[in-house]
Design a binder for this molecule. Structure first.
Ligand code: NAX
Ligand code: K
Length: 510
């Protein structure tokens, strides 16, 4: 299980560990891991041109010490100071290893992006004065702007040590100016702990931020590493063990071993009923294919039998492809409803009867999501994309896209159901605040009918006995794994994703 902790949890764990270790030990561990990761990223360290972007705190300290290690291994390291204050021992270490130091940023500190950051900058300047004010090479910032651009333009890698877990969203103007230069010259960025400017605890990116090719983090993952849109700004995330002991996290991500442990594998005594029967009320005369696709997804899961209920022409289409399906209502262990329907084409009478059965879990997709009674308590998973969630709660889609974790959690808690919010990273939120994020979706999965496969496999896992939260998360995982497998052969269709599910499952369970 991958765990993503909050800043508060990380700070508490760090404080407990630091109390037992000599001062500076954790930063040295972090810097050593960072230097190795940057080295590996570069391929060859000797002669490599490394630019460090340095903010006022320990995040910059990590970058400076790592820079010193790289300089000792032959890299040409230049630190660009973006704050009047910088980690002094780190700076000294870099300089004694032969690194250069420049003062960066075109914007003047009197033009802050946020009033509170301006206050912060002033306080820092008041408290500590400009770093190395006695040395002209560090003090005369504006004279060095051209040099900063030259160094950035020629860099092999930029190490983002502007802010880490102490940062607020956004970049100050002087940092933003250099980050824009880095983007203009297309230099890859290795972010220290977090890409600076993202909201670490929510994964939101309301302000400009760094986009990294690799993020090197310490002790544990942070929420921004798993939750979009920030997760997409991290690149791959490399975790350096610094010995932190962390409590259980609320935001987590299933790994292959977790999915393997959860998957309801049939045993010797199983028959089609004990493996679970899934009722599918999906598809419509407008979208009959959705019923065929959802059935394919369901049959590729652990379920022993599928019952289909819906319009006759759709039932015939399902039977033509899946003769093993039984048409008509009967006893089931779970329902999947709504895929391939618009709000107007849902059989509301049957839908409400189904969702009133408190003991049978239901996955509610597409057009049926809006038809869900607000006060229906019970075992429900809804599987909206941001647009469908927007319709349900009346919040604009782009606002939901920006605050995916927040809205998934809020709806799960308000309505006491499990929310599977689809997207490049899928968020599964439980009413108690627990979240499982699935970060490995292939962009190929953004194809018509893909959601129908997901509903089918999710229903199948529910009928197979997994609780709603786990069923939704395992479904998202397998769906993404099948999508990746199918896409290895090129563009995918929803049916090819469904057809790849048994192989993806076999590989996982092997
Ligand atoms: N505490 C520890 O034991 C360890 C911390 N480590 C590093 O220390 C980092 C945390 O260091 P700090 O607590 O000093 O905080 P940061 O270095 O993340 O931030 C420093 C300061 O930047 C200012 N700031 C806030 N938002 C800003 C913004 N948007 N733009 C510019 N400046 C902004 C604030 O004054 C803040 O205190 C971690 O992310 C990690 O890199 C590692 O060395 C591992 C050990
Ligand atoms: K950073």
């Amino acid at each position: 299980m991958r765990q993503a902790h909050t800043v508060e949890q990380v700070r508490a764990a760090e404080a407990a560990l630091m109390a037992r270790l000599p001062e500076g030990t954790l930063m040295q561990r972090a810097a050593a891991g960072l230097a190795v990761a940057v080295s590996n990223f570069l391929g060859s360290t000797y002669g490599a041109r490394v630019v460090l972007l340095i903010g006022s705190g320990d995040n910059g300290g990590d970058a400076l010490y790592a820079g010193a290690r790289l300089a000792r291994r032959g890299a040409q390291v230049t630190a660009v100071l973006l704050s009047p204050k910088a980690h002094q021992p780190g700076l000294a270490a870099l300089e004694s290893a032969g690194g250069r130091v420049l003062t960066g940023g075109q914007a003047h500190p009197e033009e802050p992006a946020h009033a509170d950051q301006a206050a912060d900058a002033d306080q820092e300047a008041d408290a500590d004065g400009p770093a190395h004010a006695d040395e002209p090479a560090h003090a005369n910032g504006s004279a060095q702007v051209g040099e900063v651009e030259r160094v950035v333009a020629g860099a092999d890698v930029v190490v983002d040590g502007i802010v880490g877990i102490g940062g607020r969203p956004g970049l100050r103007p002087e940092a933003l100016a250099v980050v824009r230069l880095v983007e203009r010259y297309g230099v890859p960025v290795v972010a220290v702990d977090t890409p600076s400017g993202v909201d670490v605890d929510t994964g939101e990116t309301p302000e400009p931020h760094v986009r990294a090719a690799l993020t090197v983090t310490f002790g544990t993952h942070k929420v921004c590493h798993l939750v979009d849109p920030a997760a997409s700004a991290c690149g791959p995330v490399h975790l350096v063990d610094i010995g932190l002991e962390v409590p259980p996290a609320e935001v987590r991500s299933l790994q292959a071993a977790d999915v393997r442990a959860l998957y309801p594998v049939p045993h010797g005594e199983s028959d089609k009923y004990s493996r679970g029967v899934l009722g599918l009320m999906v598809g419509s005369t407008q979208y009959p294919g959705a019923a065929v696709i959802a059935t394919s997804g369901a049959l590729a899961g652990p379920v022993g039998m599928v019952r289909y209920v819906g319009p006759d022409p759709v039932a015939h289409a399902v039977l033509a492809v899946h003769p093993e399906v039984v048409v008509g209502e009967g006893r089931v262990q779970a329902w999947a409803v709504g895929s391939g329907t618009s709000t107007g084409s849902v059989d509301l009478e049957r839908f409400h009867r189904i969702t009133q059965q408190q003991d049978v879990p239901v996955i509610v997709d597409a057009g049926a999501i809006a038809a869900l009674d607000h006060d229906r308590a019970g075992r429900v998973v809804i599987t909206p994309h941001a647009g469908e969630l927007s319709q349900l709660i009346g919040v604009p889609r782009d606002v939901i896209e920006q605050r995916r974790l927040h809205y998934a959690r809020q709806v799960a808690e308000d309505r006491q159901l499990v929310v599977l919010l689809k997207g490049a990273t899928t968020i599964v939120a439980a009413p108690d605040g627990s979240v499982l994020v699935n970060p490995i979706a292939s962009p190929w999965l953004a194809t018509a009918g893909s959601g129908d496969v997901l509903a089918g496999i999710c229903g199948s896992l529910l009928a197979g006995g997994l609780p709603e939260f786990e069923a939704a998360a395992v479904a998202a995982y397998l769906h993404a794994a099948a999508g990746t497998l199918a896409a290895s052969a090129g563009p995918v269709t929803a049916m090819s994703v469904a057809h790849a599910l048994p192989e993806a499952t076999r590989l996982l369970l092997a």
